[in-house]
Design a protein around this ligand. Structure first.
Ligand code: MD3
Ligand code: FE
Length: 204
């Protein structure tokens, strides 16, 4: 591990360059093992529209969406369990968030080309007092943060490969999204793009 001191944006804590190049490469191999067991797919929304982000998951619960809505599921669509959360990610969570319960869910998001994620809140988890930890790998992404209430001013920052972000306390319910990535800004992800790993305590 390496990197600069953490900075705070709208209550979110960002550790720029938290993971060095070797740790990023090792995590990327962990992601490929997750994809081998749970290939990325583009879940559809309630309205039947596929998300532009490719999604997979690890852990006891994986976030998913279909015409019934959003939820955490204990298995993939084909019934297979989600693969385990990589030990390096569990260790990172324990180091940065020692007070929190261990995570039971790791969402693996893949952004390629024009993939984006609109402003939203994360509130499908059972215990919203538990923090969320996000690790960025690969291409740079323009991340937007708003407030807890809908509407109002937002602030943007570029997230780069190896950056780590924690959302705790009041910041846990802020609106956030990814406006766009900078394709080709990194060659870490085979085939190109950006991977975001989001660790959460999803279950009760
Ligand atoms: C701020 N993912 O999967 S991670 C998501 O880069 C999601 O894939 C984005 O938002 C991504 O739900 C952003 C950073 C993040 C994660 C959870 C948050 C920011 C957050 C929860 C509350 C506030
Ligand atoms: Fe989110």
């Amino acid at each position: 591990m390496s990197g600069a001191d953490p900075l705070t944006v709208r209550g979110a804590t960002v550790w720029p360059g938290c993971l060095d190049a070797a740790s990023q490469a090792a995590l990327m191999r962990d992601v490929q093992a997750i994809w081998a067991a749970a290939p990325p797919r583009h879940p559809v929304t309630r309205w039947g529209r596929p998300l532009s982000v490719g999604m997979s998951a690890a852990g006891a619960l994986g976030w998913t969406s279909d015409r019934r809505g959003y939820r955490y599921a204990p298995a993939q669509d084909d019934g297979r369990p989600w693969p385990p959360i990589p030990p390096a990610l569990l260790a990172l969570w324990a180091r940065l968030l020692p007070q929190a319960r261990p995570p039971d869910s790791c969402l693996v998001n893949l952004y390629r080309g024009a993939a984006r994620m609109g402003l939203h809140q994360d509130r499908d988890e059972a215990d919203l007092t538990q923090p969320v930890l996000s690790v960025s790998l690969g291409d740079e992404a323009l991340f937007r943060l708003g407030g807890v209430a809908r509407g109002g001013r937002t602030e943007s920052l570029w997230l780069r490969s190896g950056d780590v972000l924690a959302l705790s306390g009041d910041a846990r319910l802020i609106h956030h999204g990814i406006d766009r990535i900078r394709p080709g800004s990194s060659d870490l992800v085979p085939g190109g793009g950006r991977v975001n790993l989001t660790l959460r305590v999803a279950g009760a």
